[in-house]
Design a protein around this ligand. Structure first.
Ligand SMILES: NC(=O)c1ccc[n+]([C@@H]2O[C@H](COP(=O)([O-])OP(=O)(O)OC[C@H]3O[C@@H](n4cnc5c(N)ncnc54)[C@H](OP(=O)(O)O)[C@@H]3O)[C@@H](O)[C@H]2O)c1
Length: 227
């Protein structure tokens, strides 16, 4: 018998916003949990309803993703959430920093999309890209991250234009600062006090994502800015 529940893949599901998105989708979707640490993903999978399971891939190497997509099969929702920030000035950013940030934040998203588009087209699926405020407004000290997020937005808009005829929906989500390891580490590095209550909760960002995914099929939330 075929499984009536739709299937979603969430990259960077081990913690932060990605884990919250996996939790928000799990009541209605079977979720593949992307990340590098199989044990933490297995623990999360045990905690979720439905057929959640780990999808262990290092997105720092886009050329190696293909082998890991072979067993995914049907896919209805692809959430590109994994990212690295690497704060610092452009004056200090080495070619390795640019390469690391773009490999995870853009090149892997592009390659994963390319590999999974046939399945997404078949099911008139949905691609959600977790972007950032930094993908719309530039601040100092995060040039490579912001550049990767601006490029991710361009990628999303091109994908939206090209895939609309196939019925594939594309949504860019631009959250403001959110209480996760990414923010906590940035505050530590800057020697600033970290106050979780000054940030969005990951669950709030995830609720917006889940609403976009559950919108009626004829309605596409093309972008959402969360403040
Ligand atoms: N937090 C914010 O203030 C904020 C604001 C706006 C937008 N965002 C965006 O929201 C998304 C999630 O951010 P977050 O704050 O939840 O970050 P986070 O807590 O640092 O989590 C990052 C996630 O990405 C995964 N990841 C990193 N490098 C990877 C790699 N090479 N291969 C596979 N997975 C990798 C991590 O998996 P591992 O466990 O394997 O490391 C982890 O699950 C990102 O796209 C970020 O740009 C965040």
């Amino acid at each position: 018998m075929t499984d009536p529940r739709p299937r979603a893949l969430v990259t960077g599901a081990s913690r932060g916003i990605g884990a919250a998105i996996a939790r928000a989708l799990a009541p209605t979707h079977d979720v593949l949990l992307g990340g590098r640490d199989a044990r933490s993903l297995e623990a999360l999978a045990r905690d979720l309803p439905g057929k959640a399971r780990p999808w262990v891939v290092d997105l720092a190497h886009p050329g190696k993703i293909a082998g890991a997509t072979a067993d995914i099969g049907r896919l209805d929702v692809l959430v590109h959430n994994a990212a690295v920030a690497e704060p610092g000035t452009i004056a200090d950013a080495s070619p390795e920093v640019w390469q690391r940030v773009f490999a995870v934040n853009l090149f892997s998203a592009a390659e994963l999309t390319r590999l999974l588009l046939p399945s997404l087209r078949q099911g008139r699926g949905h691609v959600v890209l977790i972007n950032a405020g930094s993908g719309l407004r530039i601040k100092s000290n995060r040039g490579p991250y912001a550049a990767s997020k601006y490029a991710l937005r361009a990628f999303a808009d091109a994908l939206q234009a090209e895939e609309k005829p196939y019925g594939v929906r594309v949504t860019s989500i631009h959250p403001g600062p959110t209480d996760t390891d990414l923010q906590r580490k940035a505050a530590e590095r800057a020697g600033q006090e970290y106050r979780p209550d000054q940030f969005l909760r990951p669950e709030s960002v995830a609720a917006v994502v889940a609403n976009a995914v559950r919108a009626p099929a004829d309605a596409t939330v093309t972008d959402a800015v969360i403040d």
